[in-house]
Design a protein around this ligand. Structure first.
Ligand code: COA
Length: 174
C-alpha cells in the first residue's frame, strides 16, 4: 500500500471485494460520461474488475483503488496496465467529483508514473483520453507528458499523451 504524503490518500491493489464500489463508480455519469468507455452497466463493470484482477495476477502490477487513508472512503482509481495489443503501458485514473479540484488526480497519477519508472523500469508510459477531456489533458501536461497523436474517433476524438523517462530526471518525478 502506498500512502501519499500531501493528501492522506492511499493506493492499494484492486481486490474482488471492491466489485460493488466499482459498479457504483463506473455507473456514475459524472465519473464516466467523458471517459472513452462511457457509463458502464453492472455486467460491464464486473468484467472491468475481473480484467483488473487478472492483470495483477499476470503482471504483478495494475490498477489501484484510491481511498481516504483514514476513513477508507472510495475516492477513485488510478494505475498502470498494458494496452490490449501489448504495445504500451497505459496510465489511467478517475476520481469522484468530491475529490477533484485539489490536485489529487495529479498526485495519484504522479505516484503511478514514479512506480512505473522506478519500480517497473518502464521507459515509456502512455495515456489515452477523449479528445474533449480538457481537464484530463491538463493533468497529463502537469505530469510532463506530451501529446503524441490526435485521432478522429466517435464524436469527440481520441488523444494519446506520452511520458518518456529519458526526458525526466528521477528527482523531478516525486
Ligand atoms: C480528470 C480528473 C481526474 C481531474 O481530477 P482533479 O483532481 O480535479 O485534477 P487536478 O486537480 O490534479 O488537476 C486538474 C487541472 O485541470 C484544470 N482544469 C479544470 N477544469 C478545466 C477545464 N475545463 N479545462 C482545462 N483545464 C481545466 C485545473 O485548473 C487543474 O490544473 P491547474 O493545477 O494547472 O490549475 C477528474 O476530473 C475525473 O475524475 N474525471 C473523470 C474521469 C476522467 O476523465 N479520467 C481521465 C481519462 S481516462
Amino acid at each position: 500500500m502506498t500512502i501519499l504524503q500531501n493528501s492522506g490518500l492511499t493506493l492499494r491493489p484492486v481486490q474482488p471485494e471492491d466489485t460493488r464500489a466499482f459498479e457504483a463508480f463506473y455507473s456514475d455519469p459524472e465519473v464516466m460520461a467523458i471517459r472513452k468507455y462511457g457509463v458502464l452497466g453492472k455486467q460491464a463493470a464486473r468484467s472491468q474488475v475481473q480484467g483488473m484482477l487478472d492483470h495483477w495476477a499476470k503482471h504483478g502490477f495494475g490498477m489501484w483503488v484510491v481511498e481516504d487513508g483514514i476513513t477508507h472512503e472510495f475516492a477513485g482509481e488510478c494505475g498502470l496496465r498494458w494496452l490490449e495489443d501489448g504495445s504500451d503501458v497505459e496510465l489511467s485514473y478517475g476520481l469522484y467529483p468530491q475529490f477533484r479540484g485539489r490536485g489529487l488526480a495529479t498526485e495519484v497519477a504522479r505516484a503511478a508514473i514514479c512506480f512505473g519508472v522506478e519500480v517497473l523500469g518502464l521507459q515509456r508510459i502512455v495515456a489515452l483520453s477523449r479528445g474533449d477531456n480538457a481537464k484530463s489533458h491538463r493533468v497529463l501536461e502537469k505530469l510532463g507528458m506530451t501529446l503524441e497523436w490526435r485521432k478522429k474517433k466517435g464524436l469527440h476524438g481520441l488523444v494519446q499523451y506520452c511520458f518518456l523517462s529519458s526526458e525526466h530526471a528521477s528527482s523531478t518525478l516525486s
